[in-house]
Ligand binder design. Structure first.
Ligand SMILES: [Zn+2]
Length: 479
């Protein structure tokens, strides 16, 4: 792939013009910037600007955000050779991927480090939010906006760190490559292509993801542990459909597609997949249990000691923070039914999203769902590509660099590998055999987690507190 290849110089310029018009439309942001350092101000400005791009499916704004970032990197001294922009067709929508290489000093032999982030977001409707979702708003100690947590903090922090290191004239002992995807939340077409390119052309020693992990805060704000995402469950979505001959709504019958689907969903809601435990999830609970107060902490410890402990399982299953770590989960997320107000429905379809425990597989999961439903009239259709990914090792050098960076703000904090219930770009690098861990610099309470939801936020203190995170990690790994 040629350097700074863009489908045409013109589209790059057009994207930059679009970027400028999007940014100029932003209202002036109320700022409490009294004591900000130049680097903090730089990071805050980038954060404000990237959040202004509605990089959600159907909005075509990823290219504009790419053009904005490219402009930032170029102004900081990265050359055309260092920057690669690639167009992708993501399920009928144009998106882009961005790679930026921070070149090693001459004579370096160490293999590169790849740093992951995604530029796209789940969409947000202004009518449903308290504040405009695509305008960074600082209020009540929080930054509000779509992507403030997932994943525009990662994009901002990595970008600002590269600009800072470049400005300091630092030369790393190995190439550092930012790999920003453009459709992580949807088709992952850019991710898969980038992972393949990275394996074939870069073959890094280390891959670090900014899109998960980070500092877990207790509800009173006390820092508890640094979570390292070392494995993730498999994402799979099924459509369950019930059909019916239909008819005139003034002549209802006992058979009705919507009622039958409702019954099916009741069975799925009640179904619990078998409990699973691995060394990773048991060691996670064995450590997290010591750090978590009350009944939840006790249940974690008991489960770690004995994964068949029924009361521990019940407690952990009842908590959204822990239910995903016990096994596969499936949940109804969308419904579609009926074709006319005055007609009996001819079909009713539910979308059921599953997070499959490593090693279980999509086919076995579908078989268990079918068994739970126990009705041959219900048709099942797997509607997503399934990527099963293995667990990743937390390398000693990465752990040492993390330790070094963490000790600057949380001396001696516990480092806690865990299995993610959600999915990230990391899975596509793991399937290619790369140990890939996610180590975001963000600090969050469980009650601050609004990723994908309404009124997504990041504590202001967490934003500034994490700005040295990558700086020290990269200095340690590439000094
Ligand atoms: Zn994400």
């Amino acid at each position: 792939m040629k350097a700074y290849r863009n489908s045409s110089k013109w589209s790059g310029r057009l994207a930059l013009l679009l970027a400028a018009s999007i940014l100029s439309a932003q209202p002036a942001l109320a700022q409490d910037t009294a004591a900000l350092t130049p680097h903090q101000q730089l990071a805050r400005d980038i954060y404000r600007d990237v959040i202004a791009f509605r990089t959600a499916r159907g909005q075509q704004q990823v290219p504009a955000m790419v053009a904005y970032l490219v402009d930032r990197f170029k102004k900081a001294g990265f050359s055309d050779e260092d920057i690669q922009v690639t167009d992708y067709d993501s399920e009928g929508e144009k998106t882009q991927g961005l790679m930026v290489t921070y070149r090693a000093k001459p004579g370096s032999t160490d293999k590169p480090i790849v740093l992951l982030g995604h530029m796209d977001v789940v969409d947000a409707l202004a009518k449903d939010w308290v504040r405009p979702p695509f305008t960074l708003t600082e209020e009540e100690g929080y930054f509000f906006g779509r992507g403030t947590d997932d994943n525009k903090y990662g994009i901002t922090n990595l970008t600002a760190t590269f600009l800072r290191l470049k400005q300091e004239g630092w030369q790393p002992s190995r190439d550092l490559v930012l790999v920003f995807s453009g459709d992580e939340e949807t088709g992952m077409v850019s991710t898969k292509a980038q992972a393949k390119y990275v394996a074939e052309n870069i073959d890094p020693e280390i891959i670090l993801n900014s899109d998960a992990g980070g500092i877990a805060l207790a509800e009173d704000g006390t820092p508890v542990a640094f979570r390292v995402q070392s494995a993730e469950k498999t994402f799979a979505t099924y459509e369950l459909t019930v059909t019916n001959p239909g008819g005139h709504s003034s002549r209802p019958r006992s058979d009705n597609a919507i009622y039958e689907l409702a019954e099916v969903l009741g069975k799925i809601a009640a179904y619990q997949f078998p409990v699973r435990a691995t060394d990773l999830t048991r060691s996670y609970f064995a450590t997290a249990g010591k750090l978590t107060p009350g009944e939840l902490g006790q249940a974690m410890l008991r489960f770690a000691a004995d994964p068949t402990d029924a009361s521990a399982i019940a407690t952990l299953r009842a908590n959204p923070e822990t239910v995903g770590t016990l096994g596969t989960t499936c949940v109804a997320t969308m419904l579609q039914a009926g074709h006319a107000e005055n007609a009996l429905p001819q079909s009713a379809t539910a979308t059921v999203n599953c997070r499959i425990f490593p090693g279980e597989g999509a086919a076995a999961t579908e078989a268990k769902l079918k068994q739970a439903v126990g009705d041959d009239k219900v048709s099942f259709k797997l509607v997503t590509d399934v990527t099963e990914s293995p667990e990743s090792r937390l390398r000693d050098d990465v752990k040492a660099a993390l330790r070094f960076s963490l000790d600057k703000r949380y001396p001696g904090m516990t480092i806690l590998p865990y299995m993610e219930s959600g999915g990230t770009d990391g899975m596509h690098y793991r399937t290619l055999g790369y140990d890939t861990v996610a180590i975001s610099g963000a600090a969050l309470k469980a009650s601050d987690m609004f990723a994908h939801g309404l009124n997504e936020r990041l504590p202001v203190a967490s934003f500034y507190g994490g700005l040295d995170h990558w700086y020290w990690i990269l200095k340690k790994l590439a000094e």
